[in-house]
Design a protein around this ligand. Structure first.
Ligand SMILES: NC(=O)c1ccc[n+]([C@@H]2O[C@H](COP(=O)([O-])OP(=O)(O)OC[C@H]3O[C@@H](n4cnc5c(N)ncnc54)[C@H](O)[C@@H]3O)[C@@H](O)[C@H]2O)c1
Length: 365
């Protein structure tokens, strides 16, 4: 007897049509937009402080990239760190690690900037803007003078403003400049939700969006655990109160202040987040991360870099993922973008006044 034919499913996975402003770019655009492909796996790190050196250690332990050059105004520290990190190589995997100069950026696939002033106790991230904008002007000019044609990842705060500045200073297309954005904040949110529900944080999908700073917000409407909406999970768990979610967000938004008060700086979480995103670039993963990406109409927002889920691969940010936001979340995003835009406008006007020149418009990709 002929085996019974299995009947095809009546309908494929449901497609939500609502509120998807902005189109997803297909992978085929990659060839056009791809920079110095990560064929050489060469990374140059600028800023060898707490964040930079922890990132370098994470790259070394995880075997990400085959070459790592380190630049800092404190050259001696980079020489020491390169030697110290190289001592770990017989336990990990081959990598050339050295104290670098700006000329070494010429053929790098990725330049990562974690240099500049850090938050002191009581300071907000936005308080750092004028100091770090000036530092970035010089750093980016030096990198571009080498002939660099790769991808920039920025971690220095205020990260959304400095990522925007890196894009404008470098003249590179917007997809090849991005920041660590709300990657760390989203990781903190996932960890907190995981602890609340006693589920592995890796099975929690939830984002913090907007400024990496005080105006950021959680996208509760899109949060899910193993595919089940967080709201439904909570409805089915009478022991969890909605107050618990507010406490979670408070813990996330204040985490940096709490850690800086306790030990002066935060670096393990951000170092791991940066290494994870670097792997996505080097392995052309096209995986989704909450990075500071250029918004060109997505969520109704134009001409700003801010924290959003985005597809990251060999070409940098392939596409923002325009997830649905509820009305409350959209208002939060608008508010956060307003804060960033005002900060950028003020800081750029001041810098242009000091330099006596206009910063050229950026290239949108
Ligand atoms: N994006 C995030 O989620 C996140 C998280 C934590 C910290 N940060 C930010 O990362 C940045 C670094 O923090 P940190 O704790 O490593 O600070 P740090 O003071 O330990 O290190 C900063 C390093 O930058 C170097 N530097 C300063 N000016 C430079 C220049 N012109 N060229 C090259 N190097 C230069 C310093 O010598 C120092 O080694 C800060 O802005 C901090 O706020 C971001």
């Amino acid at each position: 007897m002929a085996p019974a034919k299995s009947s095809p499913a009546k309908s494929a996975a449901p497609v939500t049509k609502k509120a998807t402003a902005g189109k997803l770019k297909p992978a085929s655009t990659a060839a056009k937009l791809a920079p110095n492909k990560p064929k050489n796996s060469k990374i140059v790190l600028i800023g060898d402080g707490a964040v930079g050196s922890t990132y370098a250690y994470a790259l070394t332990l995880e075997g990400i990239g085959r070459e790592l050059g380190i630049i800092d105004i404190n050259r001696e520290k980079t020489v020491g760190d390169a030697m110290d990190l190289s001592d770990a190589l017989s336990f990990t995997s081959p990598k050339k690690i050295y104290a670098a100069d700006y000329e070494d950026c010429a053929d790098a696939a990725l330049v990562v900037i974690a240099g500049g002033a850090a938050q002191k106790p009581g300071e907000t991230r936005l308080d750092l803007v004028d100091k770090n904008l000036r530092i970035f002007y010089d750093i980016v000019k030096n990198v571009m003078a080498s002939g660099f044609d790769g991808i920039f990842m920025v971690a220095t705060n205020p990260v959304d403003v400095l990522t925007y500045a890196t894009w404008r200073f470098s003249g590179l297309p917007s997809n090849r400049v991005f920041g660590s954005g709300t990657a760390l904040d989203s990781a903190r949110l996932r960890k907190e939700i995981g602890e609340l529900l006693n589920v592995d944080a890796r099975s929690v999908h939830a984002y913090i969006m907007g400024e990496h700073g005080d105006s950021e917000f959680p996208v509760w409407s899109n949060a899910n655990v193993g595919g089940m909406a967080l709201s439904e999970w909570i409805m089915r768990s009478p022991e969890i109160t909605s107050e618990a979610l507010n406490q979670i967000f408070d813990a996330v938004v204040n985490a940096a202040y709490t850690i800086i008060d306790a030990k002066g700086a935060t670096y393990y979480g951000i170092g791991a987040a940066m290494a994870r995103i670097t792997k996505a670039i080097m392995s052309d993963e096209n995986s989704v991360h909450a990075v500071s990406a250029y918004l060109n109409g997505e969520f109704g927002v134009h001409d700003v870099y801010t924290g959003t889920p985005a597809i990251v691969g060999a070409e940098g940010v392939r596409s923002v993922v325009p997830i649905s936001l509820d009305m409350h979340e959209s208002e939060h995003l608008d508010r956060s973008v307003r804060v960033l835009r005002e900060t950028i406008e003020k800081a750029f006007a001041k810098l242009e006044g000091e330099l006596g020149e206009k910063i050229p418009a950026g290239v949108i990709a």
